[in-house]
Design a protein around this ligand. Structure first.
Ligand code: FES
Ligand SMILES: [Fe+2]
Length: 340
């Protein structure tokens, strides 16, 4: 995979609450990185290679002063990459390794890292809504190519099959989708004609009658934002599919839902939505890993498609354009009909 087009971005790599007193190793775009909490709890991210002899810093420890110590000869480094201790040296000389330091920040429960020092800081990486909400964050790891994982999130046709009864039932509505390529290389899919169906999530949100507002957005490079609205109720989910390497992807899913008048009911709903979303993601993981194995064995050439695959195909095209450094299809719009 040519990761060049993806490097200049920050990606969530782990949840904030999972980084405590020991270093944690992660992969990002095929590169091994290490994360730790430096002085004052500030998060730091390095390339996972000790500048002394190449050992894995992630196998080391974090000292009381927040420096990271290599397990091989005990050299220690501060958050800026300055070497602060060489236990075996009779005479220490000042050394600094700024090139191993990566750009990183924490935002709403996750740690974001870029492999490029100039990596653009995303202003609103979670697409946080401006309405009052509660939210939760889930982390899952899938043995599959990030492109297929992203495409799964705009693939409405699978939901009644993979998530039967949980997310969608097999009730059939003829819907119309308007697919628009945006200036930033993203793709917006607005679906009209979607009716309520008797799934568990639909019941939980009181989606029992009337039409639903539904919009999916592929936000480059690796996010899909899904919005639902029915009456006053709003739900937004954002899934960031961080590529670890060509065959592994870490999915960070944040779900926002609008506040209820009754706080107890609101808390219960938040809890239940979290459990159901995790179940849905587990079902996606299973099918995506099976698909990944199928593609690894037989290849991906010659797939058949119908109009109901249009959202997936258009997002696929947008991702390919991004990876190849091609201009997007900004302004292009198509309309398709299918059953949901
Ligand atoms: S390899 Fe890290 S201290 Fe020697
Ligand atoms: Fe799914």
């Amino acid at each position: 995979m040519n990761w060049k087009a993806l490097r200049n971005n920050h990606y969530p790599v782990m949840r904030s609450r999972d980084l405590n007193t020991t270093p944690v190793s992660r992969k990002l775009l095929g590169t091994s990185i290490v994360l730790f909490r430096a002085q004052g709890g500030k998060v730091a991210a390095f390339l996972d290679r000790c500048p002394h002899r190449g050992a894995r810093l992630s196998e080391g420890s974090v000292c009381k002063n927040g420096n990271i110590r290599c397990p091989y000869h005990g050299w220690a480094f501060d958050a800026e990459g300055r070497c602060t201790s060489i236990p075996s040296a009779a005479k220490e000389k000042p050394m600094s390794f700024p090139s191993m330091v990566l750009s990183c920040f924490e935002k709403e429960g996750a740690i974001f890292v870029s492999l490029e020092r100039e990596g653009s800081r995303v202003s609103n990486p979670w697409h946080t809504p401006d309405w009052e909400h509660s939210d939760f964050l889930l982390e899952n790891r899938v043995k599959a190519d990030f492109r297929y994982v992203l495409e799964n999130f705009v693939d409405a046709a699978h939901t009644a099959w993979v998530h039967t009864g949980l997310f969608r039932s097999k009730a059939k509505n003829l819907v119309e989708a308007s697919i628009t390529h945006l200036e930033d290389g993203g793709v917006r899919i607005s679906t009209t004609g979607e009716k309520q169906n008797p799934s568990l999530l639909a019941r939980l949100f009181g989606m029992t009658e009337g039409e639903v507002f539904h919009q999916d957005l592929y936000a480059p490079p690796c996010s899909v934002v899904v919005d639902y609205q029915f009456g006053k109720q709003k739900v937004r989910s954002i899934s960031v599919c961080t590529p670890e390497n060509e065959s592994e992807t870490r999915i960070f899913t944040k779900v926002y839902h609008s506040r209820q008048e009754n706080p107890l009911f609101h808390r219960i709903k938040n809890r239940l939505t979290k459990e159901i979303t995790q179940l849905v993601l587990k079902q996606d993981k299973k099918i995506l890993e099976e698909q990944h194995e199928g593609i690894a064995e037989f290849g991906e050439k010659g797939f058949a498609a119908t109009e109901s695959d249009a959202p997936v195909m258009h997002v696929h095209k947008a991702i390919q354009n991004l990876l190849r450094g091609n201009k997007g299809l900004s302004g292009k719009e198509v309309r398709v009909k299918y059953y949901l």
